[in-house]
Design a protein around this ligand. Sequence first.
Ligand SMILES: *Cc1c(COP(=O)(O)O)cnc(C)c1O
Length: 400
Amino acid sequence: MGTTQALASRGGAPVRTAPFPAWPVFGELEERLVLEALRSGKWGGVGRDKLVEVEEAFARLHDAKYAVSVANGTIAITLALKAAGVGPGDEVIMPPYTFVATATSALLFGAIPVFADVEADTLLLDPERVEEAITPRTKAIVAVHIAGAPANMDRLGEIAARRGLALIEDAAQAVGARWNGIGVGAIGDAGTFSFQSSKNLNSGEGGMIVTNREDIADLAWSYANAGRVREGAWYQHENVGWNFRLTELQAALLLAQMTRLGEQMATRERNASLLDALLADVAGVCPMKRDPRITEHAHHLYMFRVAPELARAAGGKAELVRHLQAEGIPAASGYVPLSGNQAVLAEIGKLTGTVPTFDCPVCDNACENEAIWLTQNVLLAGEADMHDVARAVRKVTEAL
Ligand SMILES: *Cc1c(COP(=O)(O)O)cnc(C)c1O
């Protein structure tokens, strides 16, 4: 136990003032490949070089047979759901502890999000709650690998198979993650990724669908390419599709960023393990539980939980986060429950005639009182910086 020091938020000296690493990380390779794309004159359309290379490399990275690039992570979920056979009015079970896009990607084509609560110690979709949420209208489950931690794909896969449901992985935060040694994405019927600027693999905007199912790959490609078929003629539109393609300049950025991914993942893993050990020693603070079947964690976020008494003593979780920020730690409060989002609920009401209510107390409590985030760039810092984070958490929690 340290002696209690004055909190920086109350005029004391902060634990640190140095910034954490900037994001994105880039250099000459990005410059060279973007210039190559520029000079090739093939900036969009079909028949490109770098885009094909990215898709092949990405499929390999995730042990998937097929990868289909698309404009962003939101539309990746939409197209994966549609390609897996989900239609308007079909129910899609998903967790409420996720980015809004997990729900709006379904609502975009009239599919109905149904929220099933998360597990308290992982904040990942709880398979038991999924079972309870299944109705005759259920068509799919979306497992979200939040923070870069794969959800329980063994149990979810078993439920999906037994109940005849499609299983889609929203792996927007989980590039490079592995479950039982297998890349996430194609463990279910399909998986989707985002290359939006905050994500661990970044081309400003962008997305990818991976799958081992040829039918899903072909349909998703067609939907993203104006309904064309891969070997068909330019004006041969066999499906109703749109243009959701990536540009060649984005593909150039992705190729360059992919060369950095392995080392960045190793750094995040090392620092996350260190933080887990350091925070486990702080009273009232609990690192997230990690399932041993997670053989690679993408650590898009570093999440930890505080005892509800601590948030209460601070006058709310937001205040606790503000104390940490004053100490020089870029902590964040994170999501508010999607199951309570009025716009999402109202849209479901328009589609079904009834505005639903969802009972997700574990998610509500995590958002309100417990979950605190650090973003992935914090984990790209050095060992001494992780000690600063732990010192700040200890200082704040002891002073409350
Ligand atoms: C970022 C994100 C998305 C959406 O990706 P965009 O590329 O921003 O459309 C979807 N789901 C989750 C969990 C995300 O974090």
